[in-house]
Design a protein around this ligand. Structure first.
Ligand code: DI6
Ligand code: FE
Length: 402
């Protein structure tokens, strides 16, 4: 049950755009009523209408919007610690693959899992997100690569929102990889599995967006376009894993579909950036995968800034390339590895991450927005990106409830 309350004595980072960096109100107050933000501003100006509200003095603590992780694969079976060890013992990617490693091993473990097992294995990871102030989580399918398991993954994602105080947005990622039974027959896999399963998932109300892995080791832009044509027909927004390891023009193709986001984008060029800017497509950068895979090509942050493309940051939580469940560490990596500014990093897990999910009711602190807030034992917003592996969360408010 949400509680009507005034959170005063706060430094409020509204994350709205405009004059003040971070939209910061130094001696501010946030009024929460009916699960929404009713008012926010300097504490001395709190309207008399709220005189009867309970007041909590935050003693100068920082208030931000609740964190939004706009790119996770948090539902999956098993884990890949063994191949992590194999690689550090000198095994090549090929030897790992021959030993059944890689996405293939997660697909086998996920196909073997029941819905209950998928939820049970994901919940400890979801709890780690909640502990760091995450209030909205995107969860993809993509480890079933066949109809029933893809649907079960999306059902599991929906069940997580019932099992925990967190908002879940689901993304269908049937076009994540080609399963062994379709090896060398990618077009057939798309026609016989990806598209029919998308239709079935949509019919069951399981899908909020459609995604794909556009890469030499996965699917070509023209193959992804066939999936996006069906998404468009069903009225579903799209997003794309694009330019992670090479430049196939995936981001530009996705922008042509008005994509919510293009994600990874290490190899994105100015042509792709311009197309994203024209479409309002958000650039989602994923430093966890860059770090885990020991990549060297960083995303074109300067070009994204130059053309005004909104930048989001996400964990890409997945068992292979980014076994990461810390948004705070992701912010630090975004700054340290990609040279994002702390304000860009905080916008990347609030305002711009919400935009990458097509949400306009969270990600900033403003009247009428959901009362999804995070209160921190810090005074300056930059401390959230500065620290490595330290969680300064004091209190999380989800839909007005503590
Ligand atoms: N890009 C990645 O880095 C992950 N998926 C994708 O599209 C890899 C997922 C895995 O290794 O399990
Ligand atoms: Fe991913």
């Amino acid at each position: 049950m949400s509680s009507d309350k005034i959170y005063g004595g706060a430094r409020v980072a509204c994350m709205t755009t405009g004059e003040a960096a971070y939209g910061l109100i130094p001696e501010g107050a946030v009024v929460v009523a009916g699960g929404q933000v009713a008012w926010v501003g300097p504490q001395k100006d709190v309207p008399a209408d709220y005189a009867g509200f309970e007041v909590e003095d935050l003693e100068g603590r920082l208030v931000t919007p609740g964190f939004v992780d706009c790119h996770t694969h948090v539902v999956f079976g098993g884990n890949r610690a063994n191949e992590f060890e194999m690689r550090l013992n000198g095994a090549s990617y090929e030897e790992v693959a021959r030993a059944g490693g890689g996405i293939v091993s997660t697909v086998a473990a996920t196909r073997a899992a029941t819905l209950e097992q998928m939820v049970a294995e994901a919940l400890p990871r979801v709890d780690a997100f909640i502990a760091e102030g995450v209030t909205t989580l995107e969860i993809k399918s993509g480890y079933g690569l066949e109809r029933e398991t893809e649907l079960t993954m999306l059902r599991a994602a929906r069940q997580i929102a019932e099992a925990r105080p967190i908002r879940v947005k689901t993304t269908y990622l049937g076009a994540h990889a080609t399963p062994v039974e379709y090896k060398g027959r990618e077009d057939a896999y798309i026609a016989e599995v990806v598209i029919p399963t998308l239709r079935a998932a949509h019919a069951e109300g399981l899908v909020d967006a459609v995604d794909g892995f556009c890469e030499g080791i996965a699917f070509a832009p023209e193959q992804m376009a066939r999936v996006f044509d069906v998404a468009k027909e069903l009225g579903l927004p799209v997003k794309l894993h694009a330019e992670q390891l090479s430049n196939l023009g995936g981001a530009k193709m996705a922008a042509g579909y008005g994509a919510l986001s293009a994600d990874h984008i290490e190899y994105l060029d100015e042509d792709g950036v311009v197309a994203m800017a024209a479409a309002g497509t958000v650039g989602v950068v994923l430093p966890g995968a860059f770090y885990t895979l020991r990549e060297t090509q960083v995303p074109p942050i300067d070009l994204l800034r130059k053309h005004g493309v909104a930048m989001a940051l996400a964990t890409d939580c997945n068992p292979g390339s980014s076994p990461l469940t810390s948004v705070l560490l992701t912010m630090n990596m975004g700054c340290t590895l990609f040279r994002m500014k702390p304000e860009e990093a905080l916008a990347g897990v609030t305002r711009n991450a919400a935009r990458a999910l097509g949400l306009d009711d969270c990600g900033v602190i403003a009247p009428g927005q959901r009362a999804d807030l995070a209160i921190w034992d810090v005074t300056t917003p930059a401390e959230l990106s500065y620290r490595v592996g330290f969680n300064a969360l004091y209190k999380r408010i989800f839909g007005g409830s503590e």
